[in-house]
Structure formats: C-alpha cells, structure tokens
Design a protein. Structure first.
Length: 812
C-alpha cells in the first residue's frame, strides 16, 4: 500500500511556505465562495506514481456505480485508469480508489468498435490484448460525476452515473475509419461488447446472454476480492439506445458468432480465465451516438435491470450528469474558504482532497445478499487501518449523516459476522494490518455525538469483543495473541497462540495499536459508566511500555551523499521485539523506513515486527499518553529534536498513513509552531495538483483527507475529543455543521500568501483570549469564531503545560 513518490528524499531540504490575510473582517460572519469549487477539483491527481486514484464518474459514497476507462498497466490500474501511455482495454462500472496490491473490481467492461474489418463479426477484436487501444492525447476529461476520453479509433466515450447504474454516451466517427490494429478501412456498423472479466482477472465462473431483438445483455460472474478471503457474485443488465440492432451474439477468446445467444463459463483452472462475453452490433446511428446503460447488482440480474430502469428510465445523459454534479455541490457546500491570494495549485490540492475523501466507503444499502437487515450497508472499507486516522474524522465534520450510516454498518457487520472488520471489500472480509481499528472509528464517532439511529450498546459490545475474544482467523478480523496480551502485556515475537491463526509478525506495531485500541475502549466505557472496564482498558493502554528498550541505539544511513555510510542518530530508547521469556530481541530501528529495506514489512510470514514503517516511527505512536512518552524519551527538548530528526533525516515516508500524526505531535511538547512548519514541509512538496501529486497510494482518500484537514488548520486525534490547532492555509475557513446547522469559522490575522507568517502569536475564541493549542469537537457543533493572529516566528502561545493536549497519565 505504498510507493515512494519521485523526489521524496530530495524534498527533505525544502523550506515550507505559508499564508497571510486581511484583518478587516469585523462585519463578516462567514465568507462564501464566489467561485465554482469544481474549478479546483481535479480527479486526475494521483493517477500515476502509485496513487492509484479512481478518476471516473461517481457520486459521493456511490451505491455501486463508478465508471471509468480501464488501462492495461498492471502497476497503475488499481483504480481503473492511469494518466500514462498505457492502452485502454474497456470501460467498466465498479471500482475502488487508491488501493495498493492487486487491482479491485472493474467487472464487465464494455468496449465499442466502429465496425469489423470486412464487415465480418469474427474479424472484430474481442480479447483485452487485441482490442487495447491508444488514447488520443488531450481528450481525457474528468470532473465530479463525469469522465470522457477518445481512442485512436476516433471513438469518443463519455460516462456518468447514478447509484447503481452507469450511463455511457459513445460518439463514433461519421466517416470511414481504420480498425484498432490499423489494418483496413471499416464499414460503419458499430459493435459494442461486454466482457465477463474484471481488472485482476479473477473470474471463477460466469454466464451471459443477449436478446436478439432488443440487444439487451444480461450476465453475472463469481470473482475474488483483491485483498481478502472468499468470493462474491455480481450481476449486470445492459441496454442500448440510439441505433437499430443489426445482430447479436457471444464470443470466446477472439472467436465470435451470432449463435448461440447465451454462454456459461465454468471453472477450468486457467489463469487468467478464458476471455468470453457477448456483443451487440448496430446499424449506423443517425447522429453517430449510441447510449449504453449498465445496471449492476449483488442481488441478481433482475435487480440490476430494476436499478437501471428506475434510476435512468430515459437514457438522458445530460440530465444524469447534471444531477450527479448537483449531489457533489451539495456535499461540498458545507465548507467555504476565503481564497484571497492562495495559489490555484493549493486550492486544487484542498478541494480535490475533500472530493477524494468522499468516494469510499460505498453505500451498498439494499444490495447486501449476505443477511437481511434494516440497517444501512456500506462496503469498501479499504482499509480501516488507513481510513481511521483521517478519513472518518473528516467525514464526521463534512458529512455526519454518512458517517453515522457507516458506523451503523460496522455495528451490523458485528451483529451478523461476530466481529468488526478492519478491512472489507466486495462483500468479503479483508486482511487485518494492525490493530482492531474499527474500535477507534466507533469511539471517535461516539465521542463526537454521532448518535442518530446508532445502537451504542451493541457498539460497545463489539469493541469489547475485540479486546477480549480472539477469533479463529485473526488475519481478517479482531486481534491475535490475546492470551499473551492479557498475561504478559505485549505481543511476543515468538508468541504461542493455540486459539487462533494469523501472520505471526508485527509484534511491535500490533502492541502499540492494541494499546491505543484499548485506550479508546476505556474512553467509551468511562462515558457509559462502565467504571471497572474503563480502568482495565486504561491500564492495558500502557502496554506499549513493555516493548520499550531504554538503551537501544540507532545507526542510520547518511543522507548527505556518502554511499554505504551509517552514522549514530544520537538518540537512545526504541521499541524492540520481545520474547515470551521477557528478554528483548533486535530489529534495527530504521528497518522498513525509506533508508533501510523500505518494502520488507508487509503481510507475509517474513514481514518483520513492524508494518509499513520501522521502530523509529512506531516509537512515537502513543497518542493516548504523549506526556509519558515525552518524559520517557528525555523530555520536551529531546523529544522535539528527535521528532524533527524523524522528519528531516529521510526516516519518515509521508505516503503511509501512520506518518500523519507525527507531523502534529510537536503540540504535545509545547511547540505547536513546529507542527505548522512541518505541515508546510510536506504540502506542497509531496502533495500537488499534478497526476503524480500524491505521496504513495491514496488509500480510499486517506491522502486527500490528510491535505484537506491539514489545510483547514485543525488536526483531529481519532478516538479522542481533540483537534490540534495550526493556521489554515486560507485567510478563513468556514464549516457548517450537518447536525446543528451552525457555522464554525477559523480566521487568520496577518495572513500572507507567501506563507511566511505560519506561527500563531495569539488566539481568541468568540472574542475571548484562547491559549490552548487544541480545541474540542463542540467548536464544530456549536459554531463560533476561532481567530488566530500570525507572525514569522514561534511564540509562547500554546506552550504552557496547562495548554497542552490531554494525556491519560495527566488528565484521566
């Protein structure tokens, strides 16, 4: 789930820059945009360089339909499309966004051809390899609710969506053109095929049939999830408008015929599976356009047809596109900024980040065949290990209604499957990467007044189950090693666990994540009056201490240009693996950092004791008790030097989500100005408005939510009622609460668009002096004005002990 963006290490020498503004605001309550935010949303950001962003047509948290052109680059097609020179193999209707590993979904792609060489159907091109076509440079368009591209065959394809239906408008060249492989001139008799495949070529079986009179194509298939266990069945219903039907049929491999009209594919052991599908051929369309409507469903073919006929009864492309745009505008209208002086690039980073954070999870309510329930059902929690840190806290602010429905889904998954998921896609259980971080999502929502229809009694039961009951397969749910966790207070590197199975690795990262999971449960228990539970889980939240080796040193690679040279970092005390007998093992603290074997800490049996990061990074992961961590590491000054070294030495990769919090942890040492400094250190050096503009995989919008929250100026600590204050990247940011309708405003005084004034000198809240460097969620719910006076140098604001964020050892 990672890739280092080009120029990452070189960017470590860059200086940050920041924002100032006009203090003449006394008669203004809010500032509303006088521009169209769509001008600053570019869905193509992150579509190469490992971002794996889905840039196609979608609604916010769309039910199922997400349409885009699919490419044949195996390294970049996880989101379907890539902004490179790869060929286009089809246009499919369902996708995930920003994921690592294998591609996801991309089922049942369509592909249009102007005609078949020699006017013989068998001469058309049916397999992905043969039909793959170049795009015409400059023809790609991507906007909220819309995507379009032209192929080198001069066929132009546009797409838009409703919740469960994709609508394509295909414009063919009006004159004779050449075929895909430029062999010969073509007769004008368009053919559109539908392929029983998906992006990862995971089809196990499938069936398809075509109606000879209407051209309607129906089908289904059984596929594998891209990052989990099990299988899923998916169904589709495709209809056409705009031209008379000439002929229909099916194909296998690159052979096609008008008979039979149906085809069934059974498992045959081939990898990839045999190409197969159906096609409809048309007379020349009067206006050179054919519309294709594809409904999808997890329930059945009949449901797929109902979805399509109900949602798009008249094939009105422009009407559907406008409706999709309207939905996006409403979702984003809760935020407004005063963009005075702010570059177009930074505005695009901000708004595009908010947009990408609203692509997933996906609302599959009414499409869950696994159990009957009146609760919502969302899918593509891909994965909560990535999303709990910033996506769900951002959605709690921007769209509390959707966040509520997502929480209700998680609790309903627990009701029916016995455990909260850490990762879930395509109706299947996904792999757990660390702790049981759905606990954090639930507790964060509980503390922030997400209540509408939520059964918090069952929610509490679910998080306690994670803490107490080990599942048989903790590779896909819950936690492993709970006997050792309870008895020893850590996960041993040589753990003996006869009660469940999973990858016996990541003992360091699992220990610190379990500790924080238990702290969050303690907070919920305390609020619900479960005093004994609260104390038990608070005590377990100290278990990180049992992995701390006080005399552990760290040698790191020298990044000044001397090859194969290591130097003493000068810092002592790191988390280290520990055995069942209590003795410590050794893992180089810089292992799995960008400086040393970066890609060696994944979900495999040789994955080491940390996950997607090293002990250097995970030693800082004690958000429940930063006061104790700071004291343990030598006090505020040493902690600040050490955290700064993490950022400037090349040890930290901002393209992994666990790197987000260290940007802002200076607050806990009384140096909030350094949090602002390092926020600008990474934005825009690692996040910009280009197609390469994301550090690492976007992970369902996690990177987008990082930029949006950072630029809003209040960084959330998930699982706590705490937001760390830094200056927004705008003169003013306004947020209208979806729960109360009240407006919260963060306003900068002395704001400058060169970002020299990035340090808070003083603050007022509703006109009264405010000295804390953090604020609670009530600010967003009740509204008000937080005004920050800025300067070019750090000040004493937010540095006193009483103004620091809470820690469990000092405020429990």
């Amino acid at each position: 789930m990672r890739r280092i963006s080009s120029g990452f290490l070189a960017s470590l020498a860059l200086s940050p820059y920041g924002v100032t503004g006009n203090p003449n605001f006394e008669n203004e309550r809010t500032v509303r945009q006088t521009y169209d935010v769509f001008e600053y949303i570019d869905p193509l950001i992150g579509t190469i360089n490992g971002g794996h962003v889905f840039p196609g047509a979608t609604l916010p948290f769309a039910g199922m339909a997400k349409a885009v052109a699919d490419v044949n680059n195996p390294e970049e097609k996880q989101g379907g499309f890539a902004s490179d020179n790869s060929d286009i193999t089809g246009f499919s209707h369902m996708h995930d966004s920003g994921t690592g590993g294998a591609p996801s979904l991309g089922n049942f792609p369509i592909f249009p051809q102007t005609g078949c060489p020699g006017d013989i159907v068998d001469n058309c091109f049916f397999t992905k390899t043969d039909r793959a076509s170049r795009r015409i440079n400059g023809t790609v368009e991507a906007h909220p609710g819309y995507f379009a591209v032209s192929l080198n065959t001069s066929v132009h394809t546009e797409m838009t969506v409703t919740n469960h239906t994709a609508l394509y408008r295909i414009t063919f060249p009006s004159n004779s053109t050449t075929s895909i492989q430029n062999q010969t001139a073509l007769p004008y008799s368009p053919l559109i095929l539908i392929d029983l495949t998906d992006l990862p070529e995971s089809r196990i079986n499938g069936s398809i049939e075509v109606d000879g009179s209407t051209g309607r194509i129906l089908g289904n298939g059984t596929f594998l999830p891209s990052f989990g266990l099990g299988t899923y069945d998916l169904h589709f219903c495709a209809d056409f408008a705009g031209a008379e039907i000439r002929d229909t049929g099916v194909f296998m491999n690159n052979r096609a015929g008008s008979e039979p009209k149906r085809l069934k594919i059974t498992p045959n052991g081939n990898s990839p599976p045999i190409p197969a599908g159906a096609w409809t051929q048309f007379e020349a369309p009067a206006d050179n356009q054919i519309l294709v409507r594809v409904g999808v469903s997890f329930i059945g073919v009949e449901q797929a047809c109902r979805n399509a006929e109900t949602e798009i009864p008249d094939f009105g492309f422009d009407k559907v596109r406008t409706a999709a745009e309207d939905v996006w505008r409403r979702k984003l209208s809760v935020i407004s900024v005063d963009n005075t002086g702010v570059s177009d690039m930074l505005q695009t980073v901000f708004w595009s980040g908010a947009y990408r954070a609203m692509i997933s999870p996906q609302d599959y309510t009414g499409e869950n065949p696994l159990w009957q329930s009146d609760e919502p059902y969302y899918d593509s929690y891909y994965c909560i290990w990535d999303s709990f840190r910033s996506i769900h806290p951002l959605l709690t602010l921007l769209d509390p209604e959707s966040q509520t429905r997502m929480v209700r889904t998680l609790i309903d998954v627990y009701r029916h499957e016995g455990k909260l998921p850490d990762c879930r896609m395509s109706l299947c259980k996904g792999f757990t990467q660390g702790g049981s971080n759905a606990d954090v999502v639930l507790v964060d929502s509980f503390l922030k007044n997400i209540t509408d229809g939520v059964d918090w009694a069952t929610g509490y039961e679910a998080v306690v189950s994670d803490a107490e009951d080990e599942p048989l397969d903790w590779a896909v749910e819950g936690r492993g090693g709970l006997t050792s966790w309870k008895n020893l207070g850590y996960i041993p590197t040589d753990d003996f666990d006869p009660y469940g199975g999973g990858p016996f690795t990541r003992s360091i990262s699992r220990t610190v994540e379990y500790a924080y999971n238990d702290f969050c449960i303690a907070e919920m228990a305390k609020s619900l009056g479960h005093t004994a539970d609260a104390e038990k889980y608070r005590e377990r939240s100290d278990n990180w201490k049992n992995m701390y080796k006080a005399d552990q040193t760290s040698m790191v690679s020298n990044t000044t240009g001397h090859l194969n040279e290591t130097i003493d970092s000068g810092f002592v005390g790191f988390l280290q693996p520990r055995y069942l007998n209590g003795t410590f093992g050794f893992q180089d603290p810089s292992l799995c950092s960008p400086l040393y074997n970066f890609t060696s800490c994944y979900l495999d049996q040789n994955g080491h004791e940390t996950y997607e990061g090293g002990a250097w990074l995970y030693t800082f992961y004690v958000p429940q008790d930063m006061a104790t961590l700071i004291a343990t590491l030598g006090g505020p000054d040493t902690f600040t030097r050490r955290l700064s070294y993490l950022h400037t030495s090349g040890l930290l990769y901002i393209g992994d989500e666990q790197a987000f919090l260290p940007v802002f942890q200076f607050h806990y040492a009384g140096r909030p100005g350094l949090s602002a400094y390092f926020s600008h250190f990474y934005i825009p050096s690692q996040f910009n408005d280009t197609v390469e503009g994301i550090a690492g995989n976007d992970d369902s919008g996690a990177m987008g939510s990082f930029t949006t929250l950072s630029m809003m100026g209040l960084w959330p600590i998930p699982g706590q009622n705490v937001y760390l204050i830094t200056p927004p990247y705008f003169l003013e940011v306004n947020l209208t609460s979806g729960q109360t309708g009240k407006v919260a405003t963060i306003r900068n005084v002395n704001f400058d668009a060169e970002y020299e004034n990035i340090y808070i000198q003083s603050a007022t809240l509703n006109g009264r002096n405010y000295t804390k460097n953090w604020i609670a969620h009530d600010f967003w719910l009740e509204g008000g004005i937080l005004e920050l006076t800025l300067g070019k140098n750090e000040s004493s604001w937010g540095t006193a002990d009483e103004d620091l964020p809470p820690s469990s050892s000092t405020s429990w």
